[in-house]
Design a protein around this ligand. Structure first.
Ligand code: AMP
Length: 449
């Protein structure tokens, strides 16, 4: 996660070997396996937490807090973990791990005489044993741990037991989105899509409408869509699949010819994009358009870039020809817009309206993410709805911290099917699912997809 790893034990050992004042004070406590006085460690940790890298990247505290007093110090500073991990290991295994633990003073790498021996004799010769890693001292440390662990667990119980919760990124109103935010979504979409393909699904739909990927907003950025497509295609290609990435061509005839604005130039971008040095493009990845003729013997799967209807032109007939030809091979449509648009005279559709809509719905959603706003607005963000195959729809509500000010989302509830505006409304108001409510106030960006 790119967090700053703050290990109080490591910092203290560095202070001891540098012979600093803190080190000299801490030394005897450490070598006897007792806790160093709270005020020394807390001052050290708070100083470290105030540095800029921590503010930018977040933190992982390792070995702190170790007592109720230390936990309180963090609480007073409003420093709370999003996630608290309790490693629950039987005593005899812990004793064996400590007694067999060896440290390479040169690299800081940690070995174990049996479980993880050093790579060669040279390293082996320089390994050292921590003075507090004797059986007797480890037992004393375990005893102190046991006296303290309950108070820590109760302080952080709300940050434990998150199951497979990954949280959602904040600051989605900052445009351009940060690299971390883009990365989060690329990976989130990728993992969900991979799981669905692995489960044998062949008609898949990804719907993601963060501001940069929402063509209704003026911050729409085609590069973000292309990067998402590239990551999907390259990852499947890495698995040995031959992937065809398709963008619809120009539609209509004569003066009506053209393509949806959202896709203008995208084919060229795909062709000129960096697809890596190892010849993925041409071997495992090819670029095509949408239609039955594009389907070739050697293709293993298809990724379709935002297929969409344009006024008077319906992409669905081409799409259908393509899926018919693709047969059992996966077809993944990313941010499609297949709703009916008003027709222009003289242009006939081969399929009737109901059939077209039914076809559009035949793609199973494997990833969905949308921000929630009050109806008719695109600011401020009030919450979010996320679904990543095969899990349920997760509804998040925005509950910012006031001081220090921090954007925060809380998971409110989960739904097996996509919740209606009314259900979202109820969850936001804390109502139970069956009590009847007035129509939802949420603008679900229902004109999308
Ligand atoms: P560790 O490497 O985490 O096992 O820490 C080694 C030793 O440093 C401990 O046995 C303590 O003596 C001291 N120490 C590390 N973290 C703390 C802490 N949060 N509070 C008090 N003492 C600590």
């Amino acid at each position: 996660f790119g967090l700053v790893h703050i290990s109080t034990g490591d910092i203290l050992r560095a202070e001891v070997s540098a012979g600093t004042e803190i080190g000299n004070k801490a030394k005897e406590y450490m070598s006897s396996g007792r806790l160093v006085p709270d005020e020394i460690v807390t001052a050290m940790v708070t100083a470290r937490l105030s540095l800029k890298d921590v503010k930018d990247r977040g933190w992982l505290l390792d070995g702190y807090p170790r007592s109720a007093v230390q936990a309180e110090s963090l609480e007073k500073l409003n420093i709370r973990p999003d996630i608290y991990i309790l490693l629950d290991v039987p005593d005899d295994i812990l004793i064996d791990r400590c007694v067999g633990r060896r440290l390479d003073p040169l690299t800081g790498k940690i070995y174990h005489v049996k479980n993880f021996p050093p790579e060669n004799e040279e390293i082996k010769a320089r390994l050292v044993t921590r003075s507090d890693d004797t059986e007797e001292k480890v037992k004393a440390r375990l005893q102190i741990y046991k006296q303290n662990v309950d108070s820590l667990v109760s302080t952080y119980s709300d940050a434990m037991n998150k199951n497979n919760w990954r949280g959602i990124p904040t600051r989605l109103n900052n445009i351009p989105h940060s690299r971390e935010i883009r990365k989060y979504f690329y990976e989130d979409v990728l993992l969900a899509t991979q799981r669905a393909v692995r489960d044998g699904k062949t008609r898949l739909k990804v719907e993601i409408s963060i501001p940069e990927l929402n063509p209704e907003m003026d911050v729409y950025r085609i590069g973000t869509l292309m990067e998402l497509i590239r990551i999907l295609a390259l990852t499947f290609a890495d698995d040995g699949k031959r992937v065809k990435v398709c963008v619809q061509g120009s539609m209509g005839e004569g003066s009506l010819a053209g393509m949806p604005l959202q896709l203008a130039g995208s084919r060229k971008i795909l062709e000129f994009m960096d697809w890596g040095d190892d010849g993925a493009l041409g071997n495992f990845i090819s670029i095509g358009s949408i239609g039955g003729k594009e389907v070739e013997e050697q293709d293993d799967m298809y990724i379709l870039v935002a297929p969409q209807n344009a006024v008077g032109n319906c992409i669905i007939d081409d799409l259908r020809a393509m899926t018919d030809a693709a047969g059992h091979r996966p077809v993944i449509i990313v941010n499609p817009r297949l709703k009916d648009l008003p027709g222009s005279s003289g242009i006939m559709q081969t399929m009737g309206r109901d059939k077209r809509l039914e076809y559009a719905a035949s793609f199973e959603i494997c990833y969905s993410f949308r921000l929630l706003y009050y109806a008719g607005t695109q600011f401020p963000i009030m919450g979010a709805l996320r679904m990543a195959y095969p899990y349920e729809y997760e509804l998040y509500k925005r509950v910012d911290d006031e001081s220090p000010k921090k954007e925060k989302y809380l998971i409110l509830s989960k739904f097996a099917e996509r919740p209606s505006g009314e259900e979202i409304n109820d969850a936001f108001e804390g109502k139970t699912r069956d009590s009847k409510r007035s129509p939802g106030i949420w603008g679900l960006l229902s004109n999308l997809f």
